[in-house]
Design a protein around this ligand. Structure first.
Ligand code: MEV
Length: 438
């Protein structure tokens, strides 16, 4: 039976666990053991993880894998990926190797502008609000100097602040729409601090603005927050090769493969049901690298899917063409990433992942992440349009099924060997295990 508790966050970690176990697992003596099993034996490291969030009771592991052989702008990378889905790293590695032999990936950052908004209500004439805003704009920027001065020293900061009239959407609703350059930081804290300062100055100055009527002086700030929609923080990654170079063996006709591949992309461009799955496959690659490098995958997901709908209909994030016998496949996505700040200097595995990537700038990381998404999509479409997805997927899933049946190492060796030449299905694996055990 569930019960509520007050003051939970103030309990010690072991008292929190006792409460959880007594309340929810009174018949499961194992629950405490499982939670403790995932504690790190290094107390300092465990404390670091405990302090990332409130009410930590244990750690949640995900595998950290690597996909080698990514040639990006003529530089070789081994890409770290944190993900639980069995076939993702294998697919990325396969696509990396395929394109390494065909000139690799080309990637380019198109823009790096980030956005934040102060949403406020104003009752009065837009003309007098515009007049107030243009008078006060230099002070908005000046008052934020203590927050922006370090970022400015490095070449970033506030790019601009605009006043936007949104009263056609909601009566009395306006915005300060600000743009920022945050260099190697993802910039969420920097942007939010600037916005909260803008809001404070804006409200205070309105109260003493002589051209405002009494009601106009009462600006009502609703909220100040960055936007995770970053269509001007864009990266593009691409692969291309002659169509004739597209196949690795004689079983597949290169022209037919290229044609089907482009058709598959066209379907995802035209059909939202397919586009969502197509883009999910892209995000398999993107999220795994975003997570491994300590970035905010929820922010990336939200921004990317909004971008996929930018024309008013959800569509593919990748595109493909065949022109004059040349196959081209590319992705263009918004990615607000950081390689300094946040978890990047705190989480030992994040630091390691960034070191593995040659300590990239945020722009380089944008390129690497976009490439991981493109590679993942290439691998998925290649399987989908040729063998079907299950062949590779089930091969990688085999180990999960064997573990479900608590197969010994010897049994695993025998069965992995057996399934090199047999189709993996759940029932075929069960049958094979039963046969061995009999
Ligand atoms: C599975 O995680 C991802 C795929 O469904 C992507 C796709 O269909 O393109 C294979």
């Amino acid at each position: 039976m569930s019960k509520s508790i007050s003051g939970f966050s103030k309990l010690s970690k072991s008292k929190k666990i006792d409460w959880i176990v007594d309340t929810y697992f009174s018949n499961n003596k194992n629950a405490k053991h499982i939670l403790k099993q995932y504690w790190n034996s290094d107390d300092k490291l465990q404390q670091l993880h405990d302090e990332f969030i409130e009410n930590t009771i244990t750690n949640y592991y995900l595998p950290l894998g690597v996909a080698p052989n990514f040639l990006i702008n003529n530089k070789l990378y081994t890409i770290p990926m944190a993900i639980e889905e069995s076939s993702v790293v294998a697919a990325a590695s396969k696509a990396a190797k395929f394109w390494m032999d065909r000139g690799g990936f080309k990637a380019e950052v198109l823009s790096t502008t980030k956005i934040g908004q102060v949403h406020f209500m104003f009752q009065g004439s837009f003309e007098s609000l515009k007049n107030f805003f243009s008078t006060i704009k230099p002070k908005l920027i000046e008052d934020a100097k203590p927050i922006t001065k370090n970022m400015e020293k490095r070449g970033g900061g506030i790019i601009d602040i605009e006043l936007r009239d949104k009263s056609h959407n909601i009566e009395g609703y306006y915005q300060l729409h600000a743009t920022f350059e945050t260099l190697d930081a993802m910039g969420a804290n920097f942007i939010n601090s600037c916005l909260e300062q803008f809001a404070k100055t804006f409200k205070e100055e309105a109260l003493v603005f002589k051209d405002f009527s009494e009601s106009e002086k009462q600006i009502d700030v609703v909220m100040s927050i960055l936007s995770n929609y970053v269509p001007e923080c864009l990266v593009r990654a691409e692969v291309s090769c002659p169509v004739t170079d597209l196949t690795e063996n004689d079983n597949m006709d290169a022209d037919e493969f290229a044609r089907k591949f482009v058709q598959a992309v066209n379907i995802a461009e035209a059909e939202p049901y397919r586009a969502v799955t197509h883009n999910k496959g892209i995000m398999n690659g993107i999220d795994a690298v975003v997570l491994a490098t300590g970035n905010d995958f929820r922010a990336v997901e939200a921004g990317v899917h909004a971008y996929a709908s930018k024309k008013g209909k959800y569509s593919s994030l990748t595109h493909a063409s065949i022109n004059d016998g040349v196959f081209k496949f590319w992705i263009e996505i918004p990615l607000a990433l950081g390689t300094v700040g946040g978890l990047t200097s705190l989480h030992p595995l994040v630091k390691l992942a960034l070191e593995l990537l040659h300590k990239p700038t945020a722009k380089e990381l944008m390129q690497i992440v976009a490439v991981a998404g493109l590679a993942q999509n290439f691998a998925a479409l290649r399987s989908l349009t040729t063998t079907g997805i299950q062949e590779g997927h089930m091969k990688m899933h085999l180990m999960n099924i064997l573990n479900q049946f608590e197969a010994t190492n010897k049994e695993k060796e025998l069965l992995v060997n057996h399934f090199k030449t047999h189709t993996v299905t759940h029932s075929a694996v069960v049958e094979a295990i039963e046969k061995i055990r009999a």
